[in-house]
Design a protein around this ligand. Sequence first.
Ligand SMILES: Cc1cc2nc3c(=O)[nH]c(=O)nc-3n(C[C@H](O)[C@H](O)[C@H](O)COP(=O)(O)O)c2cc1C
Length: 181
Amino acid sequence: MKIEVPKSKASRLVNPGEVILVSSAYKDKSNIITLAWHMPISKDPALLGIAVAKSHFSYELIKESEEFIINIPGFDILKEVIFCGSTTGRKADKFKESNLSAAKAERLIKTPVIKECLGHIECSLSDVKDIGDHGLFIGEVIYAAAEKDLFGEAWHIDKAKLIFHFGGALFTTNAEKIDIS
Ligand SMILES: Cc1cc2nc3c(=O)[nH]c(=O)nc-3n(C[C@H](O)[C@H](O)[C@H](O)COP(=O)(O)O)c2cc1C
């Protein structure tokens, strides 16, 4: 027997991709937003999509600066992830008020990476489509890097503990490794 899931909750059936922190910057403002909604879109060119609500400060910054950085947090900084996902950059400088620090990106000039994260994907804005109440920002990957000990062909899931969000206050992290090769 299956129960009907309300349309408003249907995305939670497929939600668990790792949670990301997206950094953005425009003029003298830099910001961090927590996102669970994101996806790979194309291999060549390498394109990724992130869904940012039109009402969020990050939506404005990314639209203006035409770039963003996807930072991958480890489970150890869940507290900061919740903070960046529940405070707007319109009212707080999240770099100053969290334990997260801005560091120079490898290729992008304006937007900083978040030093405490395990990996980073620097993206230049390729396209943006307003869809419903969110903007789908499509980023072309300019440069990506990850902690040497934690990433090889993929995340070493026995070492890199990522954050997965099921919706609301429900989170998990990866447990055992299953290799089917
Ligand atoms: C775990 C988690 C996942 C979230 N995922 C998204 C998301 O995919 N898209 C979105 O627009 N907001 C998402 N949010 C909400 C924003 O992170 C939050 O509203 C944030 O404060 C907006 O910041 P800003 O106004 O500084 O851009 C999420 C929040 C949390 C805690």
